[in-house]
Design a protein around this ligand. Sequence first.
Ligand code: AMP
Length: 227
Amino acid sequence: MDSPVTTTPAVLILLGPPGAGKGTQARMLEDRFGLVQLSTGDLLRAAVAAGTDAGRAAKAVMEAGGLVSDDIVIAILRDRLGEADVAKGVILDGFPRTTVQAQALDALLAETGQRINAAVSLDVDDAAMVDRISGRFTCGSCGEGYHDRFKPTAREGVCDKCGGTDMKRRADDRAETVGQRLQAYHAQTAPLIAYYANKGVLQSIDAMGEIDAIAGALANIVQEAMT
Ligand code: AMP
């Protein structure tokens, strides 16, 4: 496919509860459109692993399934957006998660003359999310995501993409914590659907189906939004 022509770097937002498939879809869009997936969850997990001040402040909140403070997350995102590799554009996965974060993003983009090309809501049933989340795991070497039932590896314990064998499961994917994460989503993040609808950039996708079908619908939206 030809690369879409954009004058400023594209900004796409994926909205949806934990388990909706934001990470999986963002990675597919990266490959297809040459955009950079920017996951505040990944950035925070890296900060926790590195033992930075932000990581130490975020650790307990993340383990409990709550939302890390806006100040910390906005600072992490601002730093990441300043790096050179995001020049072509970004897919925001897991950010913004509060109205304060959405307003901070608007202000950041205004500074650089960028706009939000599309905010795509991945619509799913809450009940299915616990199943989806509790079965998922990732390749520790390349980051490819899998699921015990919905997307198993071809050979048990071996990554289809890179051959790595270091599979990881997230500590906050335990069933007890998933309930808290869904609650945080509904209380603090779901209002952003109306926020982006009011800006005229909201698109919605039924994300209960097959990964490839959802990816196809999403790619059409992104193609359109980037031209
Ligand atoms: P995720 O990988 O997107 O599911 O995020 C994992 C955890 O990181 C969340 O449950 C939150 O505790 C924290 N987190 C990630 N992104 C944000 C954000 N934008 N605002 C607040 N907390 C966040």
